[in-house]
Design a protein around this ligand. Structure first.
Ligand code: FES
Length: 108
């Protein structure tokens, strides 16, 4: 089976976390962060409805295009930047090896 990959997440204090991520479980970035007890709420359970999993993509990885639902949610989210994504919509796969993300500030 495939090996795990490494994903780096900077939390809201700028602290770096190197996470070991499985590629064969259909796990999302939001779920990975929660598994490592990073402060990601995932309030809507990954339905692209809450933006509590909002992250900034720091590395140059080519990621799947955001869906209309993701775009719509990001439209309403706070602190949105060009590199904003919803962690719950990013399913971990091998191509994410070395991905670097930063948790976006909490909106309210
Ligand atoms: Fe709610 Fe991602 S967990 S939008």
């Amino acid at each position: 089976m495939k090996e795990n990959i490494s994903i780096t997440v900077f939390d809201r204090d700028g602290q770096r976390h190197d996470l070991d991520a499985p590629t064969d479980m259909g796990m999302s970035i939001m779920e990975l962060c929660k598994a490592y007890e990073l402060p990601v709420e995932g309030t809507c359970g990954g339905m692209a409805l809450c933006a509590s999993c909002h992250v900034y993509v720091l590395s140059e990885h080519e990621l799947p295009e955001p869906s209309d639902d993701e775009m719509a949610m990001l439209d309403q989210a706070f602190f949105v930047q060009e590199n904003s994504r919803l962690g719950c919509q990013l399913k971990i796969k091998e191509a994410f090896e070395g991905l670097q993300l930063k948790l976006a500030p909490v909106g309210q």
